[in-house]
Design a protein around this ligand. Structure first.
Ligand code: NAD
Length: 297
């Protein structure tokens, strides 16, 4: 089986690396040739275009910023659909809307290609460790064929249902993560302006009901004022936009999510789109006229 991987950014590069380390014959492409070369040094095969990947591979992963990039990679004249082999399975691991996933699947069907939406949660640290949570939508047979490949990247791989349900599950995940980030930020600014050392706050509450995976991942970054991106603010903003349009389409009011979306939007408007998403602390700091000191006290 020849496996293609398109999109070797923060997430895609370590994910493709696990396929290579697990012995899969892996073909690689990204507009960023440096990322392709780094993975070729691990034993992957460098390609020069998406067309080349399409011509060679039986299974093709995409891990791209947003739906418009996936659409271009799949359906442009030099893209996967027009240049690939019948029966190719496309696994899109990017975070896109369920409506986009369904439309990709329908259009690929015309080319006799199968589609699975398999977005991920866990961010860069879990991508590096191969311990992502992967939520997949698609036909069960297709899912079972690619499950061993997905297991090289994820420790929790769940077949959620038909095409689009993986993307819908990821949006539900992003509602929870984004609201948690806002809650953590609001509480951290409140505690810090009350005179509390944030290290002590973290120590006191992380084992209780307020503790969370978001707190474990982001409180140390807030304390260190290390906003190098794992997940970027612009990614949450994009995902919350997809949440909003999907929820509108099916008639689900999301009052809290929409408020938090505006917080992310404010940070994008203030030039902070590419900072780590924990940097929404900046929104709450500006509102409270209080910056948390580096080191937490
Ligand atoms: P990224 O911007 O770091 O990587 C995207 C890569 O796609 C880049 O290397 C870019 O050069 C490449 N690319 C763009 N257009 C291309 C094209 N036409 N052909 C080939 N390559 C192309 O993004 P990321 O942080 O790795 O995120 C990827 C996806 O994963 C997004 O949909 C994001 O929402 C999702 N996601 C990210 C995180 C995170 O913490 N970063 C966590 C979970 C899910």
């Amino acid at each position: 089986m020849k496996v293609g991987f398109i999109g070797l950014g923060i997430m895609g590069k370590p994910m493709a690396g696990h396929l290579i380390k697990n012995g899969y014959e892996t073909y690689l492409f990204d507009l960023n040739t440096k990322a392709v070369q780094e993975l070729a040094e691990l034993g992957g095969n460098a390609c020069e275009s998406n067309k080349e990947i399409a011509e060679i591979c039986d299974v093709i992963f995409t891990m791209l910023p947003a739906g418009k990039h996936v659409k271009q990679v799949l359906f442009s004249d030099d893209g996967v659909a027009k240049n690939g082999k019948p029966n190719t399975i496309i696994i899109d691991m990017s975070s896109v809307s369920p409506e986009e996933s369904k439309s990709f699947a329908n259009d690929l069907y015309e080319y006799n290609m199968a589609f699975i939406d398999a977005p991920v949660s866990g961010g860069e640290p879990m991508a590096i460790e191969g311990k992502l949570s992967i939520m997949a939508g698609g036909a069960e047979d297709d899912f079972n064929r690619v499950l061993p490949l997905l297991k090289t990247m994820g420790s929790n791989v769940v077949h959620v249902g038909e095409v689009g349900t993986g993307s819908a599950a990821k949006l539900a995940n992003q509602i929870i993560v984004s609201i948690h980030l806002a809650a953590l930020s609001e509480a951290a600014v409140f505690a810090s302006k009350s005179g509390i050392d944030l290290n002590k706050l973290y120590q006191a509450i992380s084992g209780g009901l307020a503790g969370s995976a978001v707190m474990e991942a982001k409180m140390p970054k807030i304390i260190d004022r290390d906003f190098e991106p794992g997940g970027r603010i612009e990614i949450n903003f994009k995902d919350l936009g997809n949440v909003q349009s999907s929820a509108n389409a099916i008639g689900v009011p999301l009052p809290i999510t929409n408020l938090v979306k505006e917080v992310f939007g404010s940070e994008v408007a203030n030039g902070n789109a590419t900072k780590d998403h924990s940097y929404i602390i900046n929104f709450f700091e500006r509102m409270a006229n209080h910056q948390i000191p580096k080191g937490g006290k």
